[in-house]
Design a protein around this ligand. Structure first.
Ligand code: WTA
Length: 632
């Protein structure tokens, strides 16, 4: 039995108030709608100073019984996953709830047969094919912790993540189609596995029919293994607070953070937010264009929709292949009702022109969504007019890997929307703004750092293996508050607009990149002595990466050098971290204590070098003049 959705602005207000006054009662009601092996003894205990947050304490469950088993009777033959392939000549695949259940059970047995046990960490490095969702759910079914690594990451990034979590199994594929290219996943995995002593087994899915090496004793084929196992698998009994998954995200310092989410709270919140934000109705066809390698794919391709018994589309390809009409063709062919994508995709498709939109019938659309970065007003209006026919509410959903689910967003057609505003927090989310001096800003028409002052069920519990870093990063800036790293303003009506990161994380095409991560990759280049990375406004990507680089020796051909530096970044981090602009400089603006003044570099990179503010604290102000002259 599912709870009723919030249906009008007044009931939103009432629900919000209730969620603040009686949070435990509020969330207990939501949790009651799920299948539990044993109900909880206590709803919540929390202490943000440690931090230590627990929800539904003492409860026992398995999230896959809630995603799959409990739907079998009512909607066993309904499509759970509708898969659309990258290649237009390859047939799509539909998996009903009962087929998905069967595949998950079988693959759970494959995992067990290959040595997986409850609590083990299993790494997934896969294309956007149904088997990725199957593998995710199979891990959850046997109580193993999945760690999905986006298939665009390099061998080094993959091995770092495998080693950080000590994974014993890697699940990958021969390759991944991406537009007209193939990413050789198994080759990259082979390179990664040269440095991952913890990996015992590698399960390989045939997806692109590429030539690969199989190391006997370690590598096994997905298909062969599936033929050897039973189709029944009892779901492991898990505690509410057992970890469900680890997902890496970039931080201000070099090493990515393994964000850990636990089972019960994540389950309750992703289902609640999915149904209410998108106003999902039974039978709707829902499509989120994200990759399961990111949090949006975890929460709103796999868990949220399946927990709600929805039909979720999984698309293997890219928006511009074979041409820029691909998204709209898919919407037409599949009569998509709810469409959720990133502002970068919207801007890049807008730039391709209306000839890629007009041929398609988009009348099935009822709700549009965006996520991952601020959406500018122009893009918002284009999306509204050209895609939504001014007839579909747009939900601008602000949230993070760490928050597990959507935190601030309008509810489609239920609460008001405002272009470029994420608007109001969801029930249960107590957002606040903090000023320069750490004081909470009361009232409306204020701007500050965005924090959350009360726990919500799907919040991250720790950074894998580094609880200190978890506390330092999120709970030490402001006492008793979770600090998001974002700045925001609250308008005269209490609506939130996210203004962007206030730390050293860059949001490029909706992906998080740490400045330190790119800097240290560039510093690996022989001739590079020091690097400073900042972002600059980019018409399509939201932000671009601008690198200021000091070389040891005079560079020969600067363009060759730029390419070689970017090739190295691709190799160490992945292609998403490449710099759009590389400027060679002889020095960087540093304070007397040696800290790079990024504020100045950001201004120069944005083409706004006239108003650099106070530069008197710089060790050598003359370097600024040189950088200004050479700016790109
Ligand atoms: C940014 C993605 C403005 C923000 C779900 C946040 C947004 C970071 C929005 C998290 C939005 C996400 N408007 N900014 N609607 N959604 N962001 O962890 O800076 O990949 O902190 O999670 O993306 O990125 P992450």
């Amino acid at each position: 039995m599912q709870e009723k959705k919030i249906k009008d602005f007044n009931s939103y207000k009432k629900e919000y108030e209730r969620s603040v006054k009686f949070p435990e009662k509020f969330w207990e009601e939501k949790a009651n709608n799920f299948l539990w092996k044993k109900k909880w003894d206590k709803v919540l205990s929390w202490d943000f100073t440690k931090p230590d947050v627990k929800w539904f304490i003492g409860g026992q469950l398995n999230i896959t019984e809630n995603c799959l088993d409990r739907h079998l009777e009512k909607r066993g033959s309904q499509i759970a996953i509708k898969w659309i392939s990258n290649n237009t000549d390859e047939p799509n695949r539909d998996l009903s709830y009962s087929q998905l259940h069967k595949e998950v059970c079988k693959f759970s047995n494959v995992l067990k047969k290959n040595g997986a046990k409850k609590g083990d960490r299993i790494c997934l490095y896969m294309p956007m094919v149904p088997e990725l969702a199957i593998a995710v759910l199979a891990c959850a079914r046997i109580g193993a912790i999945h760690s999905v690594v986006f298939a665009g990451f390099s061998a080094k990034s993959l091995s770092d993540r495998i080693n950080d979590a000590n994974c014993n199994i890697l699940i990958t594929a021969d390759g991944a189609f991406r537009g007209d290219k193939i990413t050789p996943l198994k080759h990259i995995s082979d390179e990664a596995m040269q440095n991952t002593p913890s990996i015992d087994k590698c399960i390989v899915l045939k997806s692109t029919n590429s030539d690969i090496n199989i190391k006997s004793g370690r590598d096994v084929w997905w298909k062969d293994e599936m033929e050897k196992v039973d189709k029944n698998c009892t779901a492991e009994t898990m505690d509410s607070e057992d970890p469900l998954f680890i997902l890496y995200t970039s931080g201000s310092t070099g090493k990515p953070k393994g964000i850990v989410h636990s089972i019960a709270g994540y389950m309750v919140y992703t289902e609640f937010s999915f149904r209410n934000v998108f106003q999902y109705n039974e039978g709707d066809v829902y499509w989120c264009t994200a990759d399961i390698g990111w949090i949006t794919g975890h929460s709103y391709i796999v868990y949220g929709p399946l927990l709600s018994g929805a039909t979720t589309i999984m698309f293997e390809g890219v928006p511009t292949y074979p041409d820029a009409g691909r998204f709209w063709k898919i919407v037409e062919e599949n009569k998509v009702n709810i469409f959720y994508t990133a502002p970068t995709a919207i801007r890049s498709l807008e730039a391709k022109g209306m000839e890629f939109v007009t041929p398609y019938d988009l009348s099935s659309l009822k709700v549009l969504g965006t996520v991952g970065e601020p959406i500018n007003e122009d893009a918002w209006h284009w999306y509204d007019k050209e895609i939504g026919n001014e007839n579909c509410p747009i939900v601008d959903t602000w949230w993070q890997t760490e928050t597990g689910g959507i935190m601030i967003s309008n509810l489609a057609g239920v609460t008001p929307s405002k272009p470029s505003f994420a608007t109001l927090p969801l029930p249960g989310i107590q957002a606040c703004l903090i000023d320069e001096n750490g004081k909470e800003l009361e009232g409306n028409s204020v701007e500050g750092k965005l924090c959350i002052e009360f726990p919500w069920p799907s919040m991250a519990r720790t950074i894998y293996g580094d609880h200190n870093r978890f506390r330092e990063t999120y709970f030490s800036a402001f006492k008793n508050k979770y600090f998001t790293g974002d700045g925001a303003l609250r308008d005269e009506n209490g609506m939130y607009k996210i203004t962007g990161r206030v730390d050293d994380v860059l949001i490029v095409s909706g992906h998080n990149l740490g400045t330190a991560e790119i800097e240290s990759a560039m510093d690996e280049y022989e001739n590079v002595c020091e690097t400073a990375i900042v972002s600059f406004p980019h018409a399509i990507k939201g932000n671009g990466v601008y690198a200021f680089v000091i070389c040891h020796e005079e560079a020969g051909n600067p363009d060759v050098l730029r390419k070689e530096i970017n090739d190295l970044v691709t190799k160490i981090v992945g292609p998403i971290a490449k710099a759009d602009k590389i400027q060679f400089v002889s020095g960087l603006p540093k304070t007397r204590s040696g800290k790079i003044m990024r504020r100045i570099l950001r201004k120069i990179a944005s083409g706004d070098s006239e108003n650099l503010g106070d530069t008197s604290t710089l060790l050598d102000p003359s370097v600024v003049e040189e950088i200004k002259l050479g700016s790109l």
